[in-house]
Write a protein that binds this ligand. Structure first.
Ligand SMILES: [Zn+2]
Ligand SMILES: [Zn+2]
Length: 422
């Protein structure tokens, strides 16, 4: 029979990679907790309407990329293409805003978009998302920017660059939008087909189009920062004051607009030139009107997303995410197998990561080869000789040293194993 194949655009995460993922996840959880965040896990499937309302009709995501289907009872459902809408839905539905004035939430998990397959891009991709609800003051914008920037450095990313911008609010953005549309209409012929279409739907996005002719055409485009109302201006200034106070470097990029429509005021992006090319690893911004738009209270919000695949692919090699066991237990022969069964599991229960050989008829040479491949530094050898003397031998694969221990000397065995070397 032919084996069934993986769905196109999807990817298996194999053990050698998942160790790195775990490392990043654990660090994120610890880091975010220090900043007062707790985890929320909304389901990955929501009503299609939520994304239509939350992300906006007319966006590529909603129009072309969502995995949407009708289930057996006729409901229109979608696999989440991003996390914020679902988190807000849960925040509203569970009344989190009635319990606390400020909610700081993060979530880690898969998102789904049916994009054109490209190298390194998958239709199921993963993000680390964090959202804060209930703080209008720019001090929180600065706090989460600092948090994510330092988190990325903490896991090992180098050459980070932080760009910030303000996208204005419902009061000042319309006049900017109007001016921008007029400017773009005049240059329409020189824009790429996507951007020609965007003028009517989401003109801001033309500003961060990667096509060269579009970039040239928008060099002289009006800048959102010169249209900011007094409130937005003050917010942007304060934000910079706080970032400066902490002392991380950044630049203002008035053309950075972020993909989604719902952002207000602060927008930011962190890129890295680690490994040569410039890569965005994190993007985020404020969305003061989105909670209300989704039927909730009038509560301001701000958040960011880190692309997991991208981040992991940029991390340097490190033994920090070495997933090797501490011990390999090598019993030689049937009696040794029986005798070491309890020992092996007791070692595990005392907190040591141990693997073993299941075949009783394997030679010492083969076993040591397997032990070496497992990555364990210490091997516990239990042979016929050892059994007669009620002993075991511990071998350090790195130094080649060997030492015998009485089986009854359990405390010494554990201590040596925990030390990880002879
Ligand atoms: Zn404004
Ligand atoms: Zn374009």
């Amino acid at each position: 029979m032919d084996p069934i194949k993986l769905v196109k655009g999807f990817k298996d995460l194999l053990p050698e990679e998942s160790a790195k993922w775990w490392f990043v996840e654990l660090r994120a959880r610890k880091f975010f907790k220090n900043f007062g965040f707790s985890e929320i896990r909304p389901p990955i499937m929501e009503r299609t309407e939520l994304f239509q309302r939350g992300i906006g009709e007319g966006t590529d995501v909603v129009e072309k990329e969502m995995y949407t289907f009708t289930d057996r009872s006729g409901e229109n459902l979608t696999l989440r293409p991003e996390a914020t809408a679902g988190v807000i839905r849960a925040y509203i539905e569970n009344g989190l805003f009635t319990r606390e004035a400020v909610s700081k939430l993060y979530t880690i998990g898969p998102m789904f978009r049916r994009e054109r397959p490209q190298k390194g891009r998958f239709r199921q991709f993963h993000q680390i998302n964090a959202e804060v609800f209930g703080v209008a003051a720019p001090i929180i914008d600065a706090e989460i920017i600092i948090m994510v920037n330092e988190f990325l450095r903490d896991v090992g990313l180098e050459s980070l660059s932080l760009e910030i911008n303000s996208l204005g609010c419902s009061e000042c953005r319309p006049s900017f939008k109007q001016e921008l549309i007029a400017f773009l209409e005049a240059k329409k012929e020189t824009l790429c087909p996507d951007c020609q279409r965007r003028i009517g739907i989401n003109p801001l996005r033309v500003l961060d189009c990667k096509v060269r002719t579009c970039q040239e055409a928008t060099v002289q485009a009006p800048l959102v920062t010169s249209f900011l109302c007094t409130g937005c201006h003050a917010h942007f200034d304060e934000l910079q004051k706080y970032i400066n106070r902490f002392g991380i470097t950044y630049s203002i990029n008035p053309k950075m607009v972020r993909g989604l429509d719902y952002y207000t005021k602060t927008a930011f992006e962190i890129t890295t030139t680690h490994l040569g090319a410039q890569n965005a690893v994190c993007g985020g911004g404020r969305y003061d009107e989105l909670v209300k738009q989704l039927g909730g209270p009038d509560v301001p919000g701000i958040g960011f997303a880190i692309g997991f695949e991208r981040l992991v692919s940029l991390l340097p090699m490190s033994n920090l995410y070495d997933n090797s066991p501490t011990l390999f237990v090598a019993p030689l022969g049937a009696t040794a197998h029986e005798k070491t069964f309890a020992l092996l599991n007791s070692l595990r229960l005392s907190g040591l990561s141990c693997v073993s050989e299941y075949n009783a008829n394997v030679s010492l040479k083969t076993m040591l080869k397997r032990a070496d491949r497992s990555g364990a530094r210490l091997v516990i050898i239990v042979g016929e000789d050892e059994l007669l003397k009620e002993e075991i031998t511990i071998k350090d694969m790195q130094t080649g040293k060997q030492k015998s221990f009485l089986l009854s000397d359990w405390g010494k065995i554990i201590a040596t194993a925990k030390q990880g070397e002879l």
